[in-house]
Design a protein around this ligand. Structure first.
Ligand code: DOR
Ligand code: ZN
Length: 394
């Protein structure tokens, strides 16, 4: 299959120019100006071509909670949001603690066949907080382990898990929350566990990825750790950089203006590795009953583009770095850059398109968003996976 995209503004972490991209056999074959290949051609004049986005933190809820989302509805939502790869969390039913459950998810994702899926394994068996013996039975294709919202309360268990992850060359993704402290103060709870998890990473030498950093102090600990050469990466979510003083239920909660300013400064200075959505769809009823989370994969680009690029003057190249290049690097895939030989996973966006977010239009089953009605700039026009269109607005 061949495809020529002409006259696009081509942007990735390292470049920005008007030109053409020729795709063949699912990869980026040629990049240049005035390319003339005799094949299907898209005239992308006025549009921007970016590497598609990769989301390191996603809940598709299958198996177990398919009334909230399933792999098909989630994949469709991801494609609409400009994503071609997601990293799924393990808080399914059953929990993703063994290869049977993980393979079920991977096979189902293949059958659906829209985007690439990586399934995380839990750190402790069935999130029991103690038993890590299942880690020895994970296939090498499982690159990341995480306890998600549970975190691992017992520091000795986490220490052993990190040592095992280091031995098996896996990344430990940490949702930093000390649950006993959450009832006292959610900042203290996040900060304490960020510090602990970084300390354990330093001790074990294990690669640690800190999920949804929301406080200034947590980001300060991460910056300090990076300066000291500790093997730590981190992500921020669109909602934690776009909202303040908002009590929409999500874990960690929406923070203060000072936190948001610090997170954005950290993005500008290059300390933030990735934007991840923590896409957490819920039914209207579950949400009413207090389930925390935001259905965010379809609004992430528009929210980040509006906040960071339009309002703060951060370059689109920088946004591409944290939405595509760095997540691809963490996942160890040949994606996230517009470069010859890389997967032709691309997204055409209209950066000037202004509209109001409307959850009725979500493909996700979860309509739970704090951004309902918000005016944003930037719409995903078309998403391509290995050169094949998986979403087309027109
Ligand atoms: O708000 C959240 N929702 N935070 C989490 O860590 C879990 C997630 C969910 O699974 O709903
Ligand atoms: Zn999560």
């Amino acid at each position: 299959m061949e495809l020529l995209i002409k006259n696009a503004k081509i942007v990735d972490w390292s470049q920005s120019f008007i030109g053409d991209v020729y795709i063949n056999k699912g990869v980026i074959w040629e990049i240049g100006k005035s390319l003339n290949n005799n094949c299907e051609t898209i005239d992308a004049k006025g549009l921007t071509l970016l590497p598609s986005f990769i989301d390191l933190h996603v809940h598709f809820r299958e198996p177990g909670f398919t009334n909230k989302e399933d792999i098909e509805s989630g994949s469709l939502a991801a494609a609409k949001g400009g994503y071609t790869m997601v990293n799924l969390m393990a808080n399914t039913k059953p929990v993703c603690s063994n290869m049977d459950t993980i393979n079920y998810v991977l096979n189902r994702a293949k059958e659906v066949g829209i985007i690439d899926v990586h399934q995380v394994a839990s750190i402790t068996n069935n999130f029991d907080g103690r038993d890590i013996s299942h880690l020895d039975n994970l296939h090498s294709s499982v690159k990341i382990i995480s306890e998600d919202g549970n975190d691992v309360m017992d520091s000795k268990v986490m220490l052993n898990a990190m040592a095992k992850a280091k031995e098996k060359d896996k990344i430990v993704m940490c949702h930093c929350e000390e649950h006993l402290l959450s009832k006292v103060d959610t900042r203290l709870s996040e900060n304490t566990m960020t510090w602990r998890n970084i300390s354990l990473a330093k001790f074990t030498g294990c690669a640690v990825h800190i999920a949804h950093v929301s406080t200034k102090e947590s980001m300060e600990y991460i910056i300090e750790a990076k300066k000291n050469g500790i093997n730590v990466t981190c992500e921020v979510t669109p909602h934690h950089i776009a909202l303040t003083n908002n009590n929409y239920r999500v874990n960690p909660p929406i923070r203060e203006k000072e936190d948001v300013e610090f997170l954005i400064k950290a993005i500008e200075e290059g300390w933030v590795d990735a934007v991840s959505t923590d896409h957490a769809p819920h039914t209207a009823e579950d949400k009413k009953n207090g389930s925390p989370g935001i259905s965010g994969i379809e609004t992430a680009f528009a929210v980040c583009h509006t906040k960071l690029v339009k309002e703060r003057g951060i370059s689109l190249s920088k946004l591409s770095e944290i939405m595509s290049k760095n997540p691809a690097h963490i996942m160890d895939v040949k994606k996230g850059q517009i470069k010859i030989g890389y997967d032709a996973d691309l997204v055409l966006v209209d950066t000037e398109k202004q509209y109001n977010i409307c959850s009725d239009a979500f493909r996700s089953k979860g309509k739970n968003t704090p951004f309902e009605g918000k005016e944003v700039y930037g719409s995903v026009v078309r998403t391509l996976k290995a050169g094949k269109t998986i979403f087309n607005q027109i």
